[in-house]
Design a binder for this molecule. Structure first.
Ligand code: ADP
Length: 482
C-alpha cells in the first residue's frame, strides 16, 4: 500500500493535448478500504475538455494518414510497457478500487491483451470488392477512421475498459479523449504516461479527469469536431448520452447494465455448477456487468446447489486488497454497500432465506458475501443489478419456465446455462435474449470475442474483429468494371 501511495502522489495533473497540465482545481481520490484520501487529481472543466478535443482534432488528419504498421508498432510498445509495469499498475488499481492485488494483476494482463490484440488487428482491416449485379461496375469498400472519439469508462475495471476502447480506436486511426470514472482516475493517468512514453503523437490520446462529467461530456458531444462516443456504465447515463448523441448523429457504442441469469439444470454436474457460479458471481467482488445477478436453479438440484454455494461463499476471506491472504476486498463505495443491503433486506422481507453469510472486517465499504435462496419473483434483486457479492437463488421446474424467467428483463447482456445435455444447451443458447451466453462457463469475457448486449444493455460490440469496426466507417467507391 505504501508503494501504491507513492505512485499515486505523482499523478496530479491531467494529460491534455499531449502535455501534463495542472487544472484550476483538484478532487480527491479515496481508498475504499480505509476511506482515506490517497491522491488529488486535476478536476478538468469544460475549457479543459474542449482543449483536449482540439488536440484530438488537430492530430486527427496526421493520425489517420499514419500507416497500419505504425499504429500496430505503437500499440505493441504500449503492450510491452504495460506488462513491464504490471506491479505498479496493479497497485494503483487496488488502491483506488479496493479489489485484491491478484485480481488487479489479472486486470493489467487482460488490459494489455486488448492492446496486443488490436496491435495485431491494426494491419488486418479489410474492405471488400464485388461486381455490381448489373455487371457494369465494381463495388470497392475502404474502411476509414470515424474521427475524434470520446471514451467514457467506469470504475469497476478501470484499466481494461480504457484499453478495450482506446486500443481499437488507435488501431483504426482515430484520436481520442478518455474520460475515466471520477472514483478511479489514477490508473488511467498512469496508463497515459505509458502511452506518451511509447511515442504516441501529441493529441492522439488525452485524459480528462473530472467531477463534472455531465457538463464536460455534454460540451464535447455538442461540438462538431467530435464524431463518436463510446461509453461503459449505467443504462440511465447511456440513455442520456444516446439522446445527446442523437442531436449530432454521432456514432455510438454503449456497454450498459446487465441482469445476468445463471441457470442450473438438474442434470448439471454439481461441482462444475458451483465452481462456475463462484466465478460468475465473485469475479470483481460481484461488481461486474456480466456477473450473475439471478441464480435460477431447477428444483431437483436447488437445495444441494444452495448449500454448496453457501459453503464456498461463507469461506470467502474479506479484507484489504493489499493483503495477499484475502479473496475479496471492499466494494467501491458506501453507496454500493447500501444498495446491496437494501436489496438483501428487501428479499428477506419478501420471504427469501439466508443460506450463508461470510465474515467481513469493520469498515464502511466492506460487505460480507451472502447467499439467499427461495428468493421470490417480486423481490427487487430480481430486476435490479445488485453489483455486490450477494447470490440470489430462485427455483424453477421446467425448461420453458427457466427460459421465460431468464428473458424476463429489460436487459440482455450475458446469461449462463449449466447443463449436461447438449440439446438443452443448444436450445437455451438459441433462445436466450442476451448478447452473450456461457455454456457450462461462468466467464465469457475474452479479447477475441464480441462483448456486448441486446435490449437495454447496449449497442455495439467490444473485442474481436467486431471491436475495431466500431471505430471505422465503410466508404464505398464505385469503379468502372475491370
Ligand atoms: P456507475 O453508476 O456504475 O458509477 P455511471 O454510469 O454513473 O456508472 O458512470 C460510468 C461513467 O460515466 C463514469 O466515468 C462517470 O463519470 C460517467 N458519467 C456519469 N454521468 C455522466 C454524464 N451525465 N455524462 C457523461 N458521463 C457521465
Amino acid at each position: 500500500r505504501d508503494h501504491a501511495l507513492t505512485l499515486a502522489a505523482e499523478l496530479r495533473s491531467g494529460y491534455l493535448a499531449g502535455s501534463w497540465r495542472e487544472a484550476a482545481s483538484t478532487f480527491d481520490v479515496t481508498d475504499p478500504a480505509t476511506g482515506a484520501v490517497v491522491a488529488s487529481v486535476a478536476d478538468c472543466d469544460v475549457a479543459d475538455g474542449l482543449a483536449a478535443l482540439s488536440a484530438a482534432d488537430a492530430a486527427a488528419e496526421e493520425w489517420r494518414a499514419s500507416t497500419p504498421a505504425e499504429r500496430a508498432a505503437l500499440l505493441h510498445r504500449v503492450d510491452t510497457a504495460m506488462r513491464a509495469d504490471q506491479e505498479n499498475l496493479a497497485h494503483l488499481i487496488t488502491l483506488e478500487t479496493g479489489k485484491t492485488l491478484t485480481e488487479a494483476r489479472g486486470e493489467v494482463i487482460y488490459a494489455a491483451d486488448y492492446v496486443r490484440w488490436y496491435a495485431e488487428e491494426a494491419v488486418r482491416v479489410h474492405g471488400r470488392s464485388s461486381t455490381a449485379p448489373t455487371g457494369d461496375f465494381q463495388i470497392v469498400t475502404v474502411a476509414e477512421p470515424v474521427g475524434p472519439c470520446l471514451l467514457i469508462t467506469p470504475w469497476n475495471v478501470p484499466l481494461a475498459m480504457v484499453t478495450r476502447k482506446l486500443a481499437p480506436a488507435i488501431a483504426a486511426g482515430c484520436t481520442a479523449v478518455v474520460k475515466p470514472a471520477e472514483l478511479t482516475p489514477l490508473v488511467t493517468l498512469a496508463f497515459a504516461r505509458i502511452v506518451e512514453d511509447a511515442g504516441a503523437p501529441q493529441g492522439v490520446v488525452s485524459v480528462i479527469t473530472t467531477t463534472r462529467a455531465d457538463e464536460v461530456c455534454a460540451a464535447l458531444l455538442a461540438d462538431e469536431r467530435l464524431r463518436k462516443v463510446s461509453f461503459t456504465g449505467s443504462t440511465a447515463v447511456g440513455r442520456l448520452l444516446l439522446e445527446r448523441s442523437g442531436q449530432r448523429v454521432l456514432r455510438t457504442s454503449m456497454e450498459l447494465g446487465g441482469n445476468a441469469p445463471f441457470v442450473v439444470f438438474d442434470d448439471a454436474d454439481l461441482d462444475l455448477a458451483v465452481e462456475q457460479a463462484m466465478i460468475a458471481k465473485m469475479r470483481m467482488g460481484g461488481q461486474s456487468c456480466v456477473g450473475a445477478n439471478r441464480f435460477l436453479v431447477q428444483e431437483g438440484i436447488a437445495d444441494a446447489f444452495a448449500a454448496r454455494l453457501g459453503e464456498r461463499m461463507a469461506a470467502t476471506r474479506v479484507g484489504s486488497g493489499f493483503d495477499e491472504d484475502v479473496d475479496l476486498g471492499p466494494l467501491i463505495d458506501e453507496r454500493a454497500v447500501a444498495k446491496a443491503q437494501r436489496l438483501t433486506d428487501d428479499a428477506l422481507e419478501r420471504g427469501a432465506r439466508e443460506v450463508a453469510r461470510a465474515e467481513a472486517p469493520e469498515g464502511s465499504c466492506y460487505l460480507a458475501p451472502v447467499v439467499l435462496d427461495q428468493v421470490p419473483a417480486d423481490a427487487a434483486i430480481i430486476s435490479e443489478e445488485v453489483f455486490a457479492p450477494v447470490a440470489a437463488i430462485s427455483t424453477f421446474s421446467t425448461e420453458a419456465e427457466a427460459l421465460a424467467r431468464a428473458n424476463d428483463t429489460e436487459h440482455g447482456l450475458a446469461g449462463f446455462v449449466i447443463t449436461a445435455s447438449l440439446d438443452r444447451a443448444r436450445r437455451m443458447a438459441g433462445r436466450m435474449r442476451s448478447g452473450m451466453v456461457g455454456i457450462n462457463r461462468g466467464l465469457v469475457s475474452s479479447v477475441a470475442a464480441p462483448f456486448g448486449g441486446t435490449k437495454q444493455s447496449g449497442l455495439g460490440r467490444e473485442g474481436g474483429p467486431e471491436g475495431i469496426a466500431e471505430y471505422l466507417d465503410m466508404k464505398y467507391v464505385a469503379v468502372p468494371a475491370f
